[in-house]
Design a protein around this ligand. Structure first.
Ligand code: SF4
Length: 393
């Protein structure tokens, strides 16, 4: 066990715990209570989605809101207890004490299309280990784990602790601390242990820091050295520097096993409860991605054709050229008391007017820039004078 030390200059120590909402501790927004449901890897079963959709219709504003970490939110909740009961009954909050630490982004196509490994079992093992670790309750709700199946999509998203698969047999992964590779380790238990050691190390180096990016340079190096102690040196390869562009996962995709995966988006990243119920009725696994896409997986061709024919007219967008495949936004006014503008309304008007949309745009109501994409994007930020400031970030 490493002794806690005084944080070095440049490290931001938070005086209070993070106020991230969960299932059991909702956030009081201007439009009512808000609950966030963590979905490790964005994965959800059809029956679980149906239960959430029914809860959103009965006890919230009638939508499932997609987050930038592949989680779901319910807003405008009128009965917090009923929503929590529904989430628990669906098996989506398996631990009340560890609810908010299960932030795990995973390559969305893993196990179905490409990738060096199927990251599903590794993700499940990480989730199990987190929930079994009493010390993990001290991890901030903002801390982010990443599991990259080797295709490079998650490694670039700036997770605090990320495993990037290098080989499948045996399973070997590089371990990244705040995006920096510090070593390699083999076997699922070893990878899980290394990932959790990043969170434990952060707490040891700078108790009260929420994320690796809160650390100054000196503390960051201390954390990297601490985690690397139990790892083999990383072998750098040319591929590590290549950042292939990430295309929206929207449209029709052939899975490696011959079935079909349908990728889609919705306006404003808000999935209407009724549409969610129809997706649940397909009775296939669903993945919500950190780019707010909705993947309906493991479909036969005939079923996939029916899904497109029935759900497209209901608002599920399967066209990768739709502006909504490149647009996202925060809630803005009136839902958020900090907002300088009704962001959703303004963004809808922008799209309906046919105004141009950049490669990747995120609209926000104030400088906090909630829900911003992890990668480079155009930030369109409302200003107090009623305008919008457009800036590349
Ligand atoms: S970016 Fe500002 S306006 Fe938007 S949700 Fe966050 S705090 Fe509210």
């Amino acid at each position: 066990m490493t002794e806690a030390a005084e944080p070095a200059p440049g490290t931001a120590i938070r005086e209070s715990a993070d106020r991230c909402p969960g299932v059991f501790s909702t956030h009081e927004a201007k439009d009512g209570a808000l609950a966030r449901i963590r979905l490790p890897g964005g994965r959800i079963r059809a029956d679980q989605l149906t239960t959430l959709a029914q809860a959103a219709a009965a006890h919230a504003d009638g939508f499932l809101e997609l987050t930038a970490r592949g989680n779901l939110q319910l807003r405008g909740i009128t009965d917090v207890e009923a929503v929590a009961d529904a989430v628990v009954s669906a098996g989506l909050a398996p631990s009340s004490s560890h609810d908010k630490v299960r932030n795990i982004e995973v390559s969305p196509l893993t196990g179905r299309i490409g990738g060096v490994i199927d990251a599903g079992p590794l993700t499940a093992a990480l989730d199990d280990a987190l929930r079994a670790d009493p010390a993990a309750t001290s991890i901030s709700g903002r801390f982010l784990f990443g599991v990259d199946d080797g295709r490079g999509d998650i490694r670039r998203r700036g997770a605090d602790a990320c495993a990037v698969a290098r080989s499948a047999e045996p399973v070997v992964a590089d371990i990244l601390v705040g995006g920096v590779a510090v070593g390699s380790v083999g076997g699922v238990p070893g990878i899980v242990e290394a990932l959790i050691s990043v969170a434990a190390g952060l707490n040891a180096v700078a108790p009260g820091a929420w994320r690796v990016r809160d650390l100054g340079a000196e503390d960051r190096h201390r954390l990297e050295r601490l985690v690397a102690e139990n790892l083999a040196p990383t072998v750098e390869s040319d591929e590590d520097d290549v950042a292939a562009p990430v295309e929206p996962i929207v449209g029709w995709f052939d899975q490696d096993d011959g079935s079909v995966l349908l990728g889609s988006v919705v306006e404003l990243g808000r999935l209407p409860a009724r549409l969610a119920e129809f997706i649940g009725a397909v009775e296939s696994p669903v993945v919500f991605t950190p780019d707010r896409e909705i993947l309906i997986c493991d479909l036969g061709e005939g079923v996939a054709e029916t899904v497109v024919r029935v759900l497209a007219p209901m608002g599920l967008i399967f066209d990768a050229n739709s502006p909504w495949a490149r647009l996202s936004c925060c809630v803005g006014a009136p839902g958020c008391g900090s907002a300088n503008a009704p962001v959703r309304k303004d963004l809808l008007a922008h799209v309906e007017a046919g105004l141009p949309v950049g490669d990747r745009e995120h609209w926000v109501g104030c400088e906090r820039r909630c829900g911003s994409p992890a990668g480079t994007h155009l930030s369109v930020q409302a200003t107090p004078d009623g305008g919008y400031d457009r800036r590349r970030r």
